[in-house]
Write a protein that binds this ligand. Structure first.
Ligand code: THG
Length: 531
């Protein structure tokens, strides 16, 4: 006898967590992650208690709804002490090839691929419903190339006609799906709206005996997503993370957010993306603000602005509740900035596991129970311990771990700060050589706080620091996107003096830089900077 398995189907609901139904208020949501999660917990609990062998989270038109379902599934698995494999199937709702909430098939694959769906893992990723089989080919190709899970496809019997009926014949649908299977795109086939037992019978016959798709082995790389996928490859060079959507990093952003004008904040995000930011860092940590509410509303607004929502978000906060509030607003695969060992190993691992359930990558600061790592040895020691815990106990893929070995301010006048840049650079080199797969990032503008008010000198410091750090393996940095000076274009004398400071080449480097700094001070207009 052929074995039969029952998949418990989990639909998308009739509300979407990533879109506003109110054209006058793009920050509004008719449903949120927690409401969806509670509803899905009830549903998934019942399906498992009823004996489902698998779960099928299907017709995903909004990846954030699906993430809430997957988070709920994980909690049900814990509660019942029993896990099942999980199938996820998205739906492309228009000819532009995107989900209703705007993601490409590849971005969808990246988002779902990042979620820890439990011990039985992601069984399959696929597409169903919507446009009918013919239109799915390019999107199925994109998906099949972006996942190591099995690939499923269960289309509608075409688009409904004016009477709401589905016209595509079993033979037509079977022909199209057979062609997908022959191309090596499929592991699982089936039918959605409008298909009948006859469709399934003809379809099963059409694919019988065909070889199933062989999943590609995806290179072990950091992949993130907003509405579009973003992959860090050997050729990506240095990844720019926009720093200006930060209440402590931009007076203009701070003023807008404190005045409640979050839309103005979104336009700063857009300026960062226009200036070349490939990821946007968002920080609303400020005593006068309700961090959870502000992060929530700001990310809702960012999610409704396609030019910004295209890129992944880095949620920047020192408070876990704010990080978690941010994670509940991202349909893409974002980055948590940051976790650290400050509160000990148990809390670190607990949070890291939560981040995996929400489906994000993580920045880990070199900070532990004893405080901030400010020497080469301490940076290396803390990062090595964090790596072991993340890749071991928390189940993190190494390429989803980004270390930040602390960019601390140089040229302060205190000799014990002289080696901060060198030690960061050498720690970067050590991490890239000894913690396989992990990436390295840093808050680049921190290096030059000692020259606040003199942007030309600050920009030269950023440029020289980046030049050496990138050569040591630095993968990404939080920067003022669009304001990075080119190393080779720097004034030669300024560069020489800055390099003495950054590389700690002489004891009097700071004094000598101070002596010439005034010559490079910009006029008041330029000093203001773009944001
Ligand atoms: N590591 C990680 N995250 C971080 C940091 C880090 N997040 C915050 C910060 N450090 C990185 N972001 C900034 C943003 C702005 C500035 C510095 C770091 C900055 N702003 C100007 C200033 O304060 O002088 C603004 C001045 C103006 O525009 O008038 O320098 O290290 N993981």
């Amino acid at each position: 006898a052929r074995p039969r398995f029952v998949a418990g189907a989990v639909g998308p609901t009739n509300r979407t967590a990533s879109l506003s139904p109110d054209v006058n208020d793009p920050g509004f949501r008719a449903v949120d992650f927690d409401v969806l999660r509670a509803a899905y917990e009830e549903q998934i609990g019942a399906l498992l208690e009823g004996g489902a062998d698998l779960l099928l989270v299907e017709t995903v038109f909004d990846t954030l709804n699906a993430k809430a379902a997957l988070f709920a599934a994980r909690e049900v698995f814990d509660r019942l002490g029993r896990a099942v494999p999980v199938m996820v199937s998205g739906t492309i709702t228009d000819a532009s090839g995107r989900t209703l909430s705007g993601q490409t098939a590849e971005a969808f694959a990246v988002s779902i691929g990042a979620v820890d769906v439990g011990p039985e893992g992601l069984f399959s990723l696929g597409l169903n419903c919507a446009l009918g089989a013919d239109m799915l080919r390019p999107h199925l190709r994109a998906l099949a190339g972006a996942t190591e899970a099995l690939v499923s496809c269960h289309p509608n019997a075409g688009l409904p006609n004016e009477f709401g009926e589905y016209d595509e014949s079993p033979e037509h649908m079977a022909r199209v799906l057979r062609a997908f299977a022959e191309e090596g795109l499929l592991n699982v086939v089936g039918g959605c709206c409008g298909t009948t037992p006859e469709h399934i019978r003809v379809l099963a016959g059409a694919v019988r005996g065909l070889a199933p798709r062989v999943a590609p082995e995806l290179p072990r790389r950091l992949r993130l997503s907003g509405l579009e996928a973003f992959e860090v490859t050997e050729n990506t060079n240095f990844v720019n993370v926009g720093e200006r959507t930060n209440v402590t990093g931009s007076p203009k952003f701070s003023k807008a957010v404190l005045a409640g004008d979050l839309e103005a904040g979104v336009s700063i995000a857009r300026q960062q993306v226009d200036g070349g930011a490939q990821i946007v860092d968002v920080n609303v940590d400020e005593g006068m603000l309700d961090g959870v509410a502000t992060m929530t509303r700001f990310l809702n607004l960012v999610g409704s602005e396609p030019d910004v929502a295209r890129v992944p978000v880095m949620i920047d906060s020192s408070r876990w509740e704010v990080l978690e509030a941010g994670l509940k607003r991202l349909q893409g695969k974002g980055v948590v900035n940051s976790l650290s060992l400050k509160d000990g190993e148990a809390e670190f691992v607990r949070r890291a596991r939560q981040v995996r359930r929400y489906g994000a990558a993580v920045v880990v600061m070199a900070f532990d129970e004893q405080g901030q790592a400010d020497t080469y040895e301490r940076r290396v020691e803390v990062c090595a311990r964090a790596y072991r815990l993340l890749t071991g106990e928390a189940g993190f893929p190494a390429h989803d771990v980004i270390f930040d070995p602390n960019v601390l301010t140089v040229a302060t006048g205190l000799p014990e700060h002289d080696r901060y840049a060198v030690d960061f650079i050498e720690a970067t080199r050590w991490i890239k050589a000894n913690l396989p797969g992990a990436l390295v990032s840093g808050g680049i503008s921190n290096i030059s706080f000692s020259f606040r008010g003199n942007n030309p000198v600050r920009e030269a410091m950023h440029s020289v620091f980046l030049y050496h750090a990138v050569r040591a393996g630095l993968d990404m940095g939080i920067v003022n996107a669009g304001q990075l000076a080119v190393y080779d274009d720097l004034d030669a004398r300024l560069r020489e003096h800055v390099e003495d400071v950054i590389l700690a080449r002489r004891a009097d480097a700071t004094e000598r830089l101070l002596e010439i700094a005034g010559e490079f001070r910009a006029g008041p207009r330029e000093t203001a900077g773009p944001a």
